[in-house]
Ligand binder design. Sequence first.
Ligand SMILES: *Cc1c(COP(=O)(O)O)cnc(C)c1O
Length: 371
Amino acid sequence: MTTSLLADLGIRPLINANATLTRLGGSLMPSEVVDAMRDASHHWVDLAELQRAVGARLASMTRNEGALVSTGAAAGLTLAAAALMTGDDPSLIARLPDGGGFARNEFIVHKSHRNGYDHSIRSAGGKIVEIGSALQTHEWELTSAINPHTAGIFWFQGAMTGIGDLPFSTVVDIARDHQIPVVVDAAAQLPPVENLWRFTRAGAALAIFSGGKDLRGPQTTGLCVGNAKLIETMRLNGSPNHSVGRGLKVGKEELGGLLAAVDRYLKLDHAARSIECEAVVAHWNRELCRIPGLQAERSFPNEAGQPLPRSHVTFDASISAQSIVTKLMAGDPAVSVAFGRNNDIYLNPMTLENHEDEIVLNQLVLTLTKP
Ligand SMILES: *Cc1c(COP(=O)(O)O)cnc(C)c1O
């Protein structure tokens, strides 16, 4: 979409100094990803064959046994829940999302991990069984929650993962003893790039990443990696098969785009990128600290636990962080930043294009100094 079409529609593009948020468009696709999508759009293919071939390539690239492209990480959770309930039984696949009466339809989740993606599990027909409290979870709570109806354990890695949770390794050990698969929602756990194989090496049956966050693949993609048999069962529950996942359609363009995105991501100089982000944050903080009424300091890791810095700006009582956020969004250009909980904001360098860091700084300084 050109800027003039956006203007025609009455939509103002914005600068994202917030995070890889779906509501802001997720991420920007690099040219190699767009090219791969365009190339894929030119060919008729046997879609199931292409899905398998792309999956096999993604598996070997990410050092996993199997891989599957889903329509986003949330859809990957749905397919995983479905697969863990049905196995390869066609009569069970046909019955979902009515999981009532299934031998296995329960999924164990830490209470502290509960989040908006519950829907992904429930829409497949899965039942969520909570363990622990918001503050603490005991091993016996996990072992006593496991019963013959348990289909799997979901582990949400990131902002939800709390200090009182069972260690991931303990969950994996207990799960292995009971032959229960562990699925990791690692949607926003890139960087570091090693996470593409870290969770599955540590014993998870499956790890699910968003293709439309830092991978900068198509916004509507997710990358599911792990156990080859589970991946196959997810395929049976997904499009183009008539199943609970039929609506979660992945096109050939998304398959091509995500493959190109993962290839690019594995070749990226992540160390250099981290140094660039550090330089931007240091510059922001130096400049902002000249302005009276605020403190600016480096915050690390970021809100998703990714090993990249942000600038944390805390205002004195005379300045309202909420009004700064509103003014930045109303500015020209509009800038989106994260609103904190203590009259503070966070500026994130990881979603910025070249030189946008200067614009973000200028807009913030303008907002603070203009009456
Ligand atoms: C972003 C996110 C998702 C959803 O990912 P999509 O690719 O947008 O479907 C799920 N879980 C967590 C923890 C996330 O951060």
